[in-house]
Design a protein around this ligand. Structure first.
Ligand SMILES: [Ca+2]
Ligand SMILES: [Ca+2]
Length: 301
């Protein structure tokens, strides 16, 4: 329930919430009770007892308050979850973060994403299963707003891909990429927002040494086995993205038998363990764009 201070007289007629009742003491004071279906918030202005009758609550007031508690306590099932992905990057690489949902029949969205501008800077935003969004990038304050709409619904779309430059992060360090649910929404074909859950993501800089594919602190023939199995499409206990980062010892962007050979040569003492290449191609692109490409409408309340 909305609660700021006693008798603050907050009205809801200019919000996205559906107004259910006005506050009155003989004449209408303002829209005092509302429900936001997208967030399943019940909004109630401070309704001091004199609002209802001299000195006491009326039966109607009890009923209204009881109904509000009942509604707030029984939200409908969410249509799904909207999230930004967990992303692990090798040192010096940019992070590709995806905004996606498992909600079916999505026609549009608004998303406000907050990040630490000292660690991450938005370099590029592009559409995936939906068209390129209209974006407003504020790299100074660490806020990204993106929105898009289309006529036909998309099922469980990856809405957009966000490329972050990793500015100043040590290996093993994590940076939050927070999806602000109160300022975000996904829409159905009628133009109404779905009730959804919201999940934040992180960008993590991989802590590891090239060649030590299982990250146990040493480079052994066991690491070469993991890479061999990965090439052969056999299961391993090491996540694929970790194999692809730590197993690419010759840094050519692919996992091949040449990497296996290289690891074995390190084990044999013929080759030195390579350093991760911090100056790879992705970080040499031009300075991040800070101007907005369009002025979006205000995000949903
Ligand atoms: Ca190892
Ligand atoms: Ca390679």
């Amino acid at each position: 329930m909305y609660k700021r201070q006693f008798a603050d007289k907050s009205w809801f007629s200019d919000t996205n919430a559906q107004v259910l009742a006005d506050v009155s003491n003989g004449e209408v004071q303002g829209s005092g009770v509302a429900v936001s279906e997208a967030r399943w918030d019940i909004l109630a202005a401070s309704m001091g007892y004199s609002t209802f009758t001299e000195g006491e609550y009326t039966e109607d007031a009890h009923t209204i308050l009881g109904n509000m508690v009942g509604v707030a306590a029984n939200p409908p099932e969410p249509a799904g979850t909207v999230e930004v992905t967990e992303t692990t990057v090798s040192p010096g690489s940019n992070a590709e973060v995806t905004l996606q949902t498992d909600v079916s029949n999505v026609t549009g969205y608004e998303a406000t994403i907050e990040f630490d501008p000292e660690k991450l800077q938005v370099e590029d935003v592009s559409g995936e299963d939906m068209a390129d969004p209209v974006v407003e990038i504020d790299n100074e304050n660490g806020v990204l707003f993106l929105t898009q709409a289309q006529a036909q619904g998309a099922d469980a779309p990856e809405m957009a891909s966000i490329e972050f430059e990793v500015v100043d992060m040590d290996t093993g360090e994590e940076a939050d990429v927070s999806l602000m649910g109160e300022e975000s929404a996904v829409y159905d074909p009628t133009g109404s927002a779905y009730l959804t859950n919201w999940d934040n993501g992180h960008v993590t800089v991989l802590d590891g040494q090239l060649g030590d594919v299982n990250a146990d602190g040493e480079i052994t023939a066991g690491d070469a086995v993991i890479v061999q199995r990965h090439i052969a499409g056999l299961p391993t206990e090491v996540p694929d993205d970790q194999i692809e980062m730590l197993g690419d010892v010759n840094q050519d962007g692919q996992i091949t038998s040449a990497d296996v050979t290289y690891i074995l040569q390190i084990v044999a003492g013929i080759e030195e363990p390579p350093e991760m290449n911090a100056a790879d191609a992705q970080s040499s692109v031009t300075a991040p764009s800070v101007e907005s490409t369009a002025t979006p409408s205000a995000p949903a309340l």
